[in-house]
Ligand binder design. Sequence first.
Ligand code: AMP
Ligand code: MG
Length: 426
Amino acid sequence: MLSVEEAQGRILDMFQPLEPERKPLLEALGQVLTEDVVSTLDIPPLANSSMDGYAVQYGAIEGANHDNPKTLRVIGYLAAGQLPKQAVVSGTTVRIMTGAPIPPGADTVVPFEETDEYERKALGKGPQEITEIRIMADISRGSNVRPRGQDVQKGRMVLNKGTLLRPSEIGVLASLGLDTVNVVRRPVVAVIATGDELMEPGQAVSPGKIYNSNSYSVAAAILRYGGVPRFLGIAGDNLESMNAKLEEGLTADMLLTSAGVSKGDYDIVKDLLASRGEIAFWSVRMRPAKPLAFGVFPGPEGKKVPHIGLPGNPVSALVAFEEMVRPAILKMLGHNELEKPTVRAVLEDDILNGDGRRVYARAIVTHIGGRYYARLTGDQGSGILTSMALANGLAICPEDIPRMRAGEEVDVQMLDWPEQGMALHP
Ligand code: AMP
Ligand code: MG
């Protein structure tokens, strides 16, 4: 049996970051930069005020206080977006709004709160009718002035190639005036369910049939981690039907099938792969999701299309996705961090490990009094998808430990943490 790490390693070896594409800024959220971004601007472009107040020469207000205010003549009015018309000299001031450029001569902005602005307004004066103002406090020189280039200086490297674009990076790019950006494109992942027993949701169920849930959970996981699912429906348990679906899957960057990888009579994914691709069938030392197929199909133009054959049981399919497919998607997206976020938690139930595999137990993680606690979601059968729906983490019992007991500490991979695999509809 292969270890989880060996299986992950062999799969990851088959994937590389995809080529760049140019995208409108907002659509690039969650994608990775393929170029260094150097600023062609100073931000802010001019020294400006960080408060609504009065632009002054510090020397003119030094020592001011309530009992000894300094009176200045108001010579102008500046709003954000305007350019100064007059210089401030000793004894004068310009009334200035947040974001407006500091007029020549001024070095300090006194906020309204430190003046008699409000008393004057209370007497019915409009803002433009205030012709003199009293400064009631000595604030320090340079207060409330944001220097030119305080955030970004022209010529500076602002974002490095390889940066994941989050809302803040999208904002930084916009502040530089960019409306498009070069990023690693998103991988297209084809999804084929296999099984004669399957029907698509939305139809009345026939006797003996079940609904195809794997295609939906798997396609949702592809979306969540930033890929583009290509939904190819259901193939029956026969080669003809499989071959037809496969044709449509070979223009994708990766092909996923579910079911047909165990040892039953109709488990024909393996026959298909043996006839058309290079394939390895693995038993991975994990529970659930022991049976896994991994291979490569020859695609169009000499391309090789990696295939992962997920197990059919709904929980196994999702756990195999988290451990084997998710890292491959993130690698294609150009991410560096491929591990799932993990916490140490106190177990509240025992985890049994009868046959030396790594157990991924569905768990509900809570955070109480600074510690994490993990309790299991109930029956851990690999067909019980509702117990996966209850879980927000996978508690991991190592291969060589036959039983973990309540009260011990356990590693839990978090399923629902905001992660680097930030998904957005492409
Ligand atoms: P198999 O690997 O074909 O033996 O399937 C294992 C189990 O998973 C069987 O109980 C199947 O009915 C079930 N199964 C297979 N494919 C799906 C699917 N797409 N949705 C839900 N259950 C499935
Ligand atoms: Mg089957």
